[in-house]
Design a protein around this ligand. Sequence first.
Ligand SMILES: [Cu+2]
Length: 192
Amino acid sequence: MTQGAIRVGLPASAKGSVPLLVGGFVVAFMVMILIPVWFLLGAVGAGAGHVHGGAKISQEWFVSKINAQQQKYGLPDGSVRIPPGNKVTVTMPDGLVVPASTSKVYIMMRQFSFTPSTVRLQFGGLYDLLFFSPDVFHGASLIQDGSLNAVVMPNMTSKLTVRVTKLGEIQILCNEYCGLGHHLMMGKIIVE
Ligand SMILES: [Cu+2]
């Protein structure tokens, strides 16, 4: 009785894919070498500073905006009520066109909360929701006529421009897993 020899290596059927595999490794290796080159050229990483239209800003700066917003628009229940920008483009009698403008809303997302946690906006108003994270990646997600999403990167501002056209409550969720309390992260927009 002959014992089958133990074969080392690839079965015959796989031999044809060896050049492909080798090619794949070569490409992967080249990319690995390219990454530091891109980095030095400023195409990726900290040198870029303009990913998603945001710029690196300090936590202190954003917190000062949140505090000013709280002082100006804060209500006893802890929420803030923010007046809208112009709803429509206005043409003045002298022909000057005043474009619809947005009102800024500052919201900090951190592990594991929103500050402020409740924002009151006026129905029909145009707003720039400005999200900031001082710690890790988060994702701001809200649903109004489909879902609106923004990746919120550490120490950067992400903007969602929205005209609120749904009365009542709009939940703001974090859709980027950010740690053990991720599922507890919830903010709220009340449209009134
Ligand atoms: Cu999260």
